[in-house]
Design a protein around this ligand. Sequence first.
Ligand code: 3PY
Ligand code: ZN
Length: 633
Amino acid sequence: AFLENVIAHPAFRSGECTTRFIDTTPALFAIKPRRDRATKLLRFVGDIVVNGNPEMKGRTQPALPLAKPQLPAAAADQPLLPGSRDRLRELGAPGFARWMCDQQRVLLTDTTMRDAHQSLFATRMRSADMLAIAPHYARQLPELFSLECWGGATFDVAMRFLKEDPWQRLDQLRAAVPNVLFQMLLRASNAVGYTNYADNVVRYFVQQAAAHGMDVFRVFDSLNWVDNMRVAMDAVIESGALCEGTICYTGNLLDPRRAKYDLKYYVDMARQLEKAGAHILGIKDMAGVCRPAAAHALVKALKEEVGLPIHFHTHDTSGGAVASVLAAVAAGVDAVDGAMDAMSGLTSQPSLGAIVAALENSERDSGLTPARIAPFSRYWEGGRRFYAPFEADIRAGTSDVYRHEMPGGQYTNLREQARAMGLDHRWNEVAQAYADVNQLFGDIVKVTPSSKVVGDLALFMVANDLRPEDVADANREIAFPDSVVAMMRGELGYPADGFPAGLQARILKGRAPIDGRVGAHLPPVDLEQARRSAAQAVGRQISDADLASWLMYPKVFAEFAEHRRRHGDVSVLPTPVFFYGLGDKDEMSVELEPGKTLVVRLLGRSEAPEDGEAKLFFELNGQPRPLRIAHAG
Ligand code: 3PY
Ligand code: ZN
């Protein structure tokens, strides 16, 4: 490696080096632990071959080999045209918002790399599958308004389950797509976590995300409490990025019996968001319950009452989402979300291809065509197969969502939790309990993290055969789940009209709820102290982005850092290898860095049961590499 460094050094190559070259060029001694990297990865793969990926426990492995997804045929070296991101740079956020309002065409967001996989297969999409197609997006779909590719649950799942660095994902995607806006989902004071953070932590997180190239922040509060959104919104606005202040849609606008969430409610909230400085107004229909007529009435009213461009997001859980999108378009919505066809439908977003086709040759033609969407959908069709074990066994849409109102991202999760608790056959009761808990809580917005609390109590009720009357019964002793107590204490904030006082008092058992916003009570975190703690926990220097990960999820981050120390960067592995290992005689090639490729082949294995080990015969770049792997547990 030393010699390689000498040979590669520019001074050596240009013949400008003197006899003191070696003494005066310390960089030559920076010998990269290359062999070490390859060995670490090989050991990781070997462990999966022998013991399986722990993530696959209890899941059914698909038949191997899985075909590589087919990339769009057009070359990735086509010229790069200016896109929405160039326009934001040129106009600034307020100017960009005005530009949006001036567009006749409907602007499109592709959610494939965030919400679609979060809602279809438990957020398990790996960076490698995004990065392969990213340059094609940049070159072939520069008309897209944005790519939603970060935030929400992707942040913790990347570290927790995929052993990937979410910041590295963002950086790599950004490098591949310099011209189209990137969009993230930010849970206001909960940032990308499940509980409120100190204000300075929320600010720090937003600053980091913006510094790493995030352009559009869809900021929402899980109880639609605007006061709890201001810190995050201010930080976004200050960073120069686009602040999409977002209303979570719930209930049924046109049902007089659900009067709490009427037009006035939404218009009031929209005015507050406009006042708070939002550049764009988001409508987030996380459960997919905004029926077409409601979407039309809502968008029409908001267009009349506020001056912001409106961005509509929904889920296709019922099967009716395209109709709602088209109704929103007819009422003048500026931008809408969809997912590439193969990643759409069910609990995901409606199909972009279907939306594009519906609008083609109309006044609000999106500028795209189904033919230009198709190669992307084909790619994702193949990519999705990698994740089959994480998909819920759901074949069709369900209009039952109008009863329970579970967010698309939660529905499959909760079903999975119910199954794990042996309650699968009582799903109908879980769904009803979910609706009942919502009423007990005073008919609240249900979206991460409030939706998790409602789900926790619903499962608890079914598991313990509790009816809503039992929960409401002041004479009955119930050990409520921790998350329920925390929410009633105000740890997620409050709905504008508070929680029902009786139930709240009963759940808190005499303890006082938090007065006002949690963030107003939490002392600022000493960031430099936190950096030192993080460095100590992981035994190395901490970057600014690492610090943000630590602040969000200290334990998850520390475990991820340890995984990386032991196994290296496993995000470079092909997805089937990461989850399912290599079969006998299978080969994979991994680009460790540009120009450095490992070609690995598994030639065979033998068992050495007396040592509790398996011996794997790998070939690494043509050289034999036997490895002994211990059988786990
Ligand atoms: C999230 O917060 O992750 C969501 O997707 C809510 O819809
Ligand atoms: Zn969503």
